[in-house]
Design a protein around this ligand. Structure first.
Ligand code: HEM
Length: 413
């Protein structure tokens, strides 16, 4: 990026580690003085960042902003020729609905949306309660805790959603550590070569899994998807792998951070913790405010302009990459008063943490249910939960799209 493209009021022109530790400080300045601006990702890809609520919401429903992975690949290739680092991820893993426009997107979304209706998901409540109870029992038995405390992400926030999504899809749990590693590497967006290796390993694993299910069909979502793909032309083999990949990654990577970011907000403000403890049925309000205040998805996934698009008063030319800063939109004072205050009593309606428009998160009812049960049962079980390290030692993972801590060391009592 040439210096003439950098904002004179703000030195951030790269979404680097420093930016990702505390994006909200930068977003506040950008919303004020330069709300839609060109920046570089850490791999050197130029992208337009959209930071105001109204612009973000409009961009998420604008059909001139495409998500088609083939078009995206072409633009990224152009940027590689201009000096950006290659971020190659195998096609079968990219061929999923979050990377497609209608009509393909519509066809694929129809195949899974029924499995995630509020009613179907509510039926999972007893099982999620049970898994949560087991994990809390294990946690309570962790009296090796000592000075360093116990990492709540490792011991609680991670295993809960991975167990739930694996059960729903019908994925055996024995590979879940591998799975966690691959998926972390893939979503971090920091190391393209490692991401490519992770994508290949995960792709191979998913092919094996599909073969296993073909031999041994069960009553689970993966078997149902395989039957759809075998019996009709509604789902190709590549799309099947893409779908499983998307559901597995989207279904746990985000929910881990919903739980982690929510617990952190509560621990930072003991009054908010006490309020939840006094009325645990308020957990769903805490979940909504966590989504608004520090949602797991900092930047929505890439889009690109298929023609020049006016965002606010900035015209983004054709064939440019766009990132909608959900985390910034949700703290826009034009939309939410005193946005930097965590307040479980506020009206959070209209937050963009699950996106907006045709790609609105399919898993939102599941994420909300898991978040509600996790936070409620955690504070009930450990009313004196405390951070085990000084606040300034907490580090966010250097991921471009996700917002979540490296570790959350806590003392249980
Ligand atoms: C899409 C956030 C949990 C499955 C999205 C999008 C966001 C999001 C922002 C849209 C991205 C964009 O437009 O660029 C979240 C958050 C979660 C969460 C914050 C947890 C707190 C889940 C879960 C599942 C899931 C549990 C599935 C089990 C999906 C799928 C899409 C999606 C399949 C693509 C939808 C489409 O393209 O039509 N999510 N998600 N998500 N999410 Fe989630």
């Amino acid at each position: 990026m040439s210096s003439s493209q950098q904002c004179p009021h703000d030195s951030v022109s790269v979404l680097d580690g420093e930016f990702l530790q505390d994006p909200h400080v930068h977003y506040a300045r950008m919303r004020e003085s330069d709300p839609t601006r060109r920046v570089l990702t850490v791999t050197g890809m130029p992208v337009w960042l959209v930071t105001r609520y109204a612009d973000a919401r409009a961009a998420l429903t604008d059909p001139r902003l495409s998500k088609d992975y083939r078009g995206m690949g072409r633009i990224m290739e152009r940027e590689v020729e201009r000096g950006a680092q290659r971020a190659e991820v195998s096609e079968s893993i990219q061929a999923h609905m979050l990377n497609m426009d209608p009509p393909d997107h519509t066809r694929l979304r129809k195949l899974v949306v029924k499995a995630f209706t509020a009613r179907r998901i509510e039926a999972l409540r007893p099982r999620i309660e049970q898994i949560t109870g087991e994990l809390l029992d294990e946690l309570a038995g962790t009296e090796r805790v000592g000075e360093a405390g116990v990492d709540l992400l490792d011991e609680f926030a991670f295993p809960l959603p991975i167990r739930v999504i694996c059960e729903l899809l019908g994925v055996p749990e024995d590979r879940r550590d591998d799975f966690r590693r691959w998926s972390n590497t893939l979503v971090s967006g920091q190391d393209p070569e490692a991401a490519e290796r992770a994508a290949l390993a995960m792709g191979e694993y998913l092919f094996e899994l599909v073969e296993d299910k073909r031999r041994d069909p069960r009553d689970d979502l993966l078997t149902a998807l395989i039957e759809t793909s075998d019996d009709s032309d509604r789902l190709s083999g590549e799309e099947l792998i893409g779908m499983v990949f998307l559901l597995l990654v989207a279904g746990h990577e985000t929910t881990v951070n919903l739980i982690g970011n929510g617990v952190l907000a509560l621990l930072r403000d003991p009054e908010q913790y006490r309020r939840l403890l006094a009325e645990p049925e308020r957990a769903s309000s805490v979940v909504e405010e966590t989504l608004r205040f520090d949602g797991p998805v900092n930047l929505a996934t890439f889009r690109y302009t298929t023609e020049p698009v006016l965002v606010g008063d900035v015209e983004i030319p054709e064939d440019e990459l766009v990132l909608v800063a959900l985390g910034s939109a949700n703290r826009d004072p034009e939309r939410f008063a005193e946005p930097d205050r965590f307040d479980q009593d506020r009206a959070t309606g209209g937050h963009l943490a699950f996106g907006h428009g045709i790609h609105f998160c399919v898993g939102a009812p599941l994420a909300r249910l898991e978040g509600e049960i996790a936070l409620r049962r955690l504070v009930e079980r450990f009313p004196d939960l405390k951070l085990a390290v000084p606040d300034e030692q907490l580090r966010y993972r250097p991921s471009t799209l996700m917002r979540g801590l490296e570790q959350l060391p806590v003392r249980l009592s």
